[in-house]
Design a protein around this ligand. Structure first.
Ligand code: TPP
Ligand code: MG
Length: 355
């Protein structure tokens, strides 16, 4: 055996753990006989080719994973962009109607966009599809944020949202079932979860696979009926029910802890038998990754506590209680739009670069 064969043999021995006889190449002439060097070289070449083939396969896998991750990232950025566009639209319709709940609408915008553009299984061209996931906007005072989300997802035309606050508009100040995509009339706080429990129980009884999502406010947590619903959800093991609390720390008149302290929402709901998660609701990535951990067959209802910022996305509205229901002046409105436009431009440029 010459040096070249030895080197190639040991090289293949190291690089080809999957080649059963690679460690014997070049060191055991008995396998092939003494005068079969040519055959051995052919065999070595074949092993080498096999090595190349595996290498290509691994490289291809790596490429595929990178591509999928890139697609995931793009998807997240596109949802972020949509959320910013919806924030802008919310301000437009609020300013034109001279009415809206901006603070809580802005804090829940990322949650709504993540739900409607990624999580919910829905069909805007067939809003009553029996297999659809159900969404209940229990914090119904933030109707305008739901309307702009439904508009952007194609449930109804832009003109409907433009008519908000005008005589004869189909869109009322609180959600009603007259509007395609809206499942329940809400606005009186504390009722959404009870309705959601009923929907989840009905789905279980009918052996239907859809899920029920309920979005509540943190101030809303002062409503006692929520805890009756929470107990029933645990009793009936409604693992098809996902409740979300927009934990923005403020309610109508000030901090939730001053108005009616909540202490640990996490411990409270865990004690009620729920499967509880906490996430940064201002981050689309975290909303999506937290939701991906939810196991909808663990016999427990799920609660996602979304830590958010009331007034998120408009600096002068953030963490300020009065923006719960206040409408900006013309100057404030322009400032807010400029701020959101800057972010939209930034995300769009980022998306263009990565195309
Ligand atoms: C039963 C009931 N009581 C009072 C109100 C008046 N109200 C409207 S919004 C609101 C505060 C809600 O605060 P929160 O749940 O924290 O909502 P967000 O901060 O997300 O806007 C109150 C008390 C109501 N809509 N329903
Ligand atoms: Mg709140």
């Amino acid at each position: 055996m010459n040096l070249a064969e030895k080197t190639l043999g040991s090289y293949l021995g190291i690089c080809l753990p999957f080649c059963k006889s690679s460690n014997k190449i070049g060191s055991s002439p008995s396998i092939l006989g003494n005068h079969s060097y040519d055959l051995r070289i052919v065999l070595n070449l074949l092993y080498f080719l096999r090595f190349l083939l595996f290498l290509c396969f691994y490289l291809f896998l790596l490429l595929l994973i990178t591509k999928l991750y890139h697609l995931y990232e793009m998807n997240t950025k596109e949802i972020k962009l949509q959320s910013e566009k919806n924030r802008k639209r919310l301000l437009e319709v609020a300013f034109s109607a001279q009415a809206a709940h901006l603070g809580g609408g802005l804090s829940s915008m990322n949650i709504l966009t993540a739900l409607y553009f990624n999580i919910l299984c829905i069909n805007p061209s067939n809003p009553k599809d029996p297999t659809r996931d159900r969404f209940v906007m229990s914090k119904g005072h933030c109707a305008e944020s739901l309307y702009v989300t439904l508009e952007s997802r194609g449930f109804f035309p832009r003109e409907w949202t433009d008519s908000l606050g005008k005589f004869g508009s189909i869109l009322a100040g609180h959600p009603t079932i007259d509007v395609p995509g809206i499942e329940v009339n809400t606005g009186s706080l504390g009722h959404g979860l009870s309705v959601g429990v009923g929907m989840a129980l009905a789905a279980k009884m009918n052996q239907e696979k859809h899920k029920i999502f309920v979005l509540m406010g943190d101030g809303e947590q002062g409503e006692g009926s929520i805890y009756e619903a929470a107990m029933a959800a645990n009793h009936y093991r409604l693992d098809n029910l996902i409740a979300i609390i927009d934990r923005n720390g403020l309610q109508i008149s000030g901090p939730t802890e001053d108005v009616m302290s909540l202490n640990s929402i996490h411990q409270r709901w865990t004690a009620l038998g729920w499967d509880v998660y906490e996430m940064n609701g201002d981050h689309i990535e975290e909303i999506l990754s937290t939701y991906s951990k939810v196991n909808c067959s663990n016999k427990k209802p799920h609660l996602l506590i979304a830590h958010t910022t009331k007034g998120k996305g408009v600096s002068f509205m953030e963490h300020v209680a009065e923006w719960h229901h206040k409408i900006p002046s013309k100057e404030q409105y322009q400032l807010a739009i400029e701020e959101i436009d800057r972010r939209i431009k930034h995300i769009e440029e980022d998306l263009d670069e990565n195309m």
